[in-house]
Ligand binder design. Structure first.
Ligand SMILES: [Zn+2]
Length: 235
């Protein structure tokens, strides 16, 4: 009998019909839709959430848990949460204090969080390496204006990580070729009201006036989808 040697880290997590894909998911529109898309394609998904101590996090995480409950199936593995506290680094940044949060009038560049994607990826990447997962997916769009969302960044970071871990992780961005409206159409039959995008939530609701709420409202409007989000403030 001829036996095919298994790669050293391909044992349990990747047994079954398709390899497990790790997914960094904030529970916002893009990553929430990517979650539903991957599961719809029959992929096994290992979701990751990174707690950094940011102002909106507890509401975002609560929403994410409701979204994961909705998508619960044999393909969806339990959420893994990482602690990556950044309050010591970001200090009095609006993302920590909740003060002077960029509003709808600010350009998208205003919501840049320094090195956000590098910080999100690193623990998830190491976890994947230790648990036999060779693909880590994120949901940035090609239109993302930030330096740490470019193909050059992800390619370079992937190479550095694999050098550091002697691993073979692929960082994939299935939505990179797409525009927001394309993504919204992929998710048009998902319960998008369970996703959460706000950086200044009020009593657990989307504030309705921050930069991210404005982007969210515009995404629904352009996609001609009913926005069932509950906003604290009317438009
Ligand atoms: Zn908001």
């Amino acid at each position: 009998m001829i036996s095919t040697p298994h790669p050293p880290n391909a044992a349990q997590p990747n047994s079954g019909p398709s390899p497990t894909v790790g997914l960094l998911v904030s529970g916002g529109l893009d990553s929430g839709i990517l979650l539903g898309k991957l599961l719809g394609e029959g992929r096994r998904v290992q979701p990751f959430y990174v707690r950094a101590g940011l102002f909106w996090e507890q509401h975002e995480l609560a929403a994410l848990r409701r979204l994961l409950d909705h998508f619960a199936s044999d393909l969806l593995r339990p959420l893994v949460e990482f602690e990556m506290p950044l309050t010591d680094v970001y200090r009095d940044h609006w993302s920590v204090t909740g003060r002077d949060v960029p509003d709808a009038a600010t350009p998208d560049e205003a919501v840049y969080l320094p090195a956000r994607n590098a910080l999100l990826v690193i623990k998830a990447a190491v976890w994947c390496g230790l648990n036999g997962i060779d693909e880590l997916a994120l949901a940035p769009l090609g239109s993302n204006p930030f330096a740490d969302a470019t193909p050059e960044f992800f390619h370079g970071f992937e190479q550095s990580l694999n050098l550091a871990t002697t691993g073979n992780l692929r960082i994939t961005r299935p939505f990179a070729p797409l525009h927001k409206n394309d993504v919204m159409q992929i998710g048009r039959d998902f319960p998008l009201e369970l996703t959460f995008s706000c950086i200044a939530p009020i009593a657990g609701l989307h504030c309705g006036v921050c930069n991210k709420c404005a982007e969210r409202r515009e995404a629904f409007r352009r996609a001609q989808l009913i926005d069932r989000t509950r906003y604290a403030a009317a438009r």
